[in-house]
Design a protein around this ligand. Structure first.
Ligand code: UN1
Length: 457
């Protein structure tokens, strides 16, 4: 890495953030509105870049650009809603309130699997909140970053530097984490990556926003509508070739419907169309790399060594011999296997039966990650239990929907090894601002809080 070039980039970002933050927030929102409009006109082209680099099927790539557009719309509205509370002061003639101010420069590290949407989650909020952003995309998706940057450049006039792209790998990510001039590090990636980067930021008491690995489970109850359940499971387990942080990895099925459910699931898995992501008919494209194929094979081989029966999981050669297409693996287990406790970023779905809902919830929570979770049921007692404090311990809990495919309006993120951050909707914007508690005395006396007396005699 060229250290001087890196430093110049941060200096540039700092300079533009100082200028940008003095624009009233609704005017910042107007720029984001234009950004969203331009994304709309470039939707097809941007989606093609996603398909080219991340190898997502067309409908998912279009969906990802739509997610970025949705974020723009959300952020435009938000630009008039960066509210601070006013609290009643205990002292007469005093006002107690909160003001929210921009942080400065946001360092944003994104993964290959959502090369545009996760940037948009961060950028749209960071920008309306008055910050600039330095974006380090995954080395797999530099083209996506360039594509987004071009769109921003087109609409941003004198504020082009608000988005600066820092291409690179680990070294660049570490540089951002070490740099005191970066006011917030927002990082998406594996738990391992988070565990390496977080201590660097914490050592300088920097701010962190983490969205790390998941190991998401769904519970299928006896009353579940199996038609929608099978569809929900298949999309969450196999969509994006199992390479979403929200992908479904573990399935707990009530023993009364286990046979029926697994049979239907097997049929559905067998019928999924694996093929080149540019083809309209394809539902599952290739894995991102040979390394990711190898890690899938390692997991499968270790299961096979234990004599566990696996359907699918093998490589299929389609067109380009350098691409790694796989048949999604369905793994029926009688007990919790060690492999189920870690996240293999590939389409492997473990299925286990359960006897009662409490046991199912316990098995679902009994992993170190805590991102997304689902229950399929028509029994409101079960779904309410699942959503209660005794239920799912994840940041996301769905009823009659798979674990993946969240809308932008809610806060996105998870607990435990998932990192605890919340991005995108709801009040996630607060991560990109600093809160100032303000007390104003507009009276003629100086009463002290808590009734403390300090009279000068
Ligand atoms: C990710 O995989 O890092 O909920 C993000 C979903 C998408 C976002 C996934 N909206 O599946």
């Amino acid at each position: 890495m060229d250290k001087n070039k890196y430093s110049e980039l941060v200096t540039k970002s700092k300079a533009i953030s100082n200028k940008w933050r003095s624009l009233p927030a609704p005017q910042r929102g107007e720029y984001i509105r234009l950004f969203g409009e331009e994304l709309r006109t470039k939707k097809e082209a941007l989606a093609s870049t996603i398909t080219k680099e991340a190898r997502k099927i067309k409908t998912e790539s279009l969906g990802e650009v739509q997610e970025a557009i949705d974020m723009c719309d959300f952020a435009v509205g938000l630009s008039r809603q960066l509210y601070g509370l006013t609290m009643p002061s205990e002292r007469p003639n005093h006002r107690l309130q909160e003001l929210w101010h921009p942080l400065g420069v946001v360092g944003c590290i994104t993964a290959f699997n959502f090369p545009m949407a996760v940037f948009a989650w961060n950028f749209c909020l960071a920008a309306v909140c008055g910050n600039s952003i330095i974006w380090k995309p995954s080395p797999h998706s530099n083209g996506c970053a360039i594509g987004m940057k071009e769109v921003w450049d087109k609409v941003s006039g004198e504020f082009a530097d608000l988005v600066l792209v820092l291409e690179g790998g680990n070294e660049e990510a570490v540089a951002l984490c070490e740099d005191k001039r970066i006011d917030l590090i927002s990082a998406t990636g594996s738990t391992q990556m988070g565990k390496e980067l977080a201590p660097i930021v914490s050592a300088r008491l920097g701010k962190l926003l983490l969205e790390l690995g998941g190991n998401n489970a769904a519970i299928v109850c006896p009353s579940a509508d199996l038609d929608l359940t099978i569809k929900g499971i298949a999309f969450s387990a196999c969509g994006t070739t199992g390479q979403r942080c929200t992908s479904l990895r573990r399935l707990f099925v009530h023993e009364d419907i286990y046979e029926d459910c697994t049979k239907r699931l097997q049929k559905c898995f067998d019928e999924l169309v694996i093929g080149c992501p540019t083809k309209e008919s394809s539902q599952i494209g290739p894995l991102i790399s040979e390394a990711s194929f190898n890690s899938m094979q390692d997991t499968i081989n270790s299961l096979k060594d234990k004599g566990i029966n696996i359907s699918g999981g093998d490589r299929i050669e389609i067109e380009d011999p350098n691409e790694f297409y796989v048949k999604p693996a369905l793994v029926l287990v009688n007990q919790i296997e060690e492999e189920m406790l870690s996240e293999t970023f590939a389409p492997i779905l473990y299925v286990k039966s359960y006897k009662n809902i409490e046991e199912a919830i316990q098995m679902q929570n009994d992993v170190s990650q805590g991102l997304s979770s689902s229950i399929f049921t028509n029994d409101m007692r079960e779904s309410e239990l699942f959503l209660s404090e005794a239920g799912s311990d994840c940041g996301i809990a769905n009823v009659n929907i798979g674990t993946s495919g969240a809308e932008i309006g809610g806060a996105f993120g998870g607990e435990k090894d998932t990192g605890g951050g919340r991005e995108s909707g709801s009040d996630a914007w607060k991560n990109y601002m600093r809160r100032m508690t303000v007390t104003v005395n507009y009276g003629e006396d100086l009463p002290l809080a808590q009734g403390v007396e300090f009279d000068e005699n």
